[in-house]
Design a protein around this ligand. Structure first.
Ligand code: GRF
Length: 203
């Protein structure tokens, strides 16, 4: 089987590119059918370069956040996705958008949630002086950077780390973790019960 994946981005899209590569080499049983962004960004150009359909939908072209969210939702629904991945999408998704995708909508966040949600998860962890942070992939609910956690991996914070160096280390982890989670989701091995997630890894 080949699952249909839509990726939402706002920036460089390195996670999107890692996921595309994993699909192409066959380690994820799926295909990225659309990359959508809320702003012009280098990730959209990267997707175009490898021949993936792109969509730029800026909220400023709409009367309200809900109207923008509805338009984005309708565009994505028309691609019949099995999985919608928010990977560096810097915009809050309206409830009406979230409702359309239910347990097919996941988010990637650069901290060990519930610690350090929000737009500055890397910086906030560094400033708090914690000794490790990391990456979280979770199902999306109505709260920002919140919802049943599917996978997490820790990254050590060492003396001399900057926001940039730390984020690079986190992204290295994410480029592995995101394809692995997408694979498990597309294979139907991720189960949610009472807000808790278990993964049947076949072992
Ligand atoms: C990732 O670190 C992700 O966790 C966060 O934004 C970053 C996106 O990076 N939400 P990229 O655009 O995939 O390079």
């Amino acid at each position: 089987m080949s699952g249909r994946i839509v990726v939402l981005i706002s920036g460089t899209g390195s996670n999107m590119s890692a996921l595309v590569a994993a699909c192409e080499e066959g380690s994820v049983p799926g295909e990225v059918v659309l990359v959508a962004a809320d702003r012009a960004c280098t990730g959209l150009e990267a997707a175009e370069r490898v021949g993936i359909e792109t969509l730029l939908l800026e909220p400023k072209g709409f009367a309200s956040r809900d109207e923008w969210g509805d338009a984005l939702r309708d565009e994505i629904v028309s691609r019949r996705p099995d999985l919608v991945v928010s990977a560096g999408f810097m915009r809050i998704l309206p409830p009406r958008f979230i409702d359309a995708f239910d347990d097919r909508l996941i988010n990637l966040h650069p901290s060990l949630l519930p610690a350090f949600p929000g737009a500055h998860g890397v910086r906030d962890a560094l400033e708090a002086g914690v000794k490790e942070t990391g990456s979280t992939i979770h199902f999306v609910d109505y709260e920002v950077d919140h919802g049943p956690i599917i996978a997490q991996e820790a990254v050590a914070i060492v003396p001399g780390d900057t926001v940039e160096s730390l984020h690079e280390k986190i992204k290295e982890v994410e480029h592995r973790l995101l394809p692995a989670v997408c694979k498990m989701l597309l294979l139907g091995r991720v189960h949610m019960e009472g807000g808790r997630v278990t993964i049947d890894d076949g072992r």
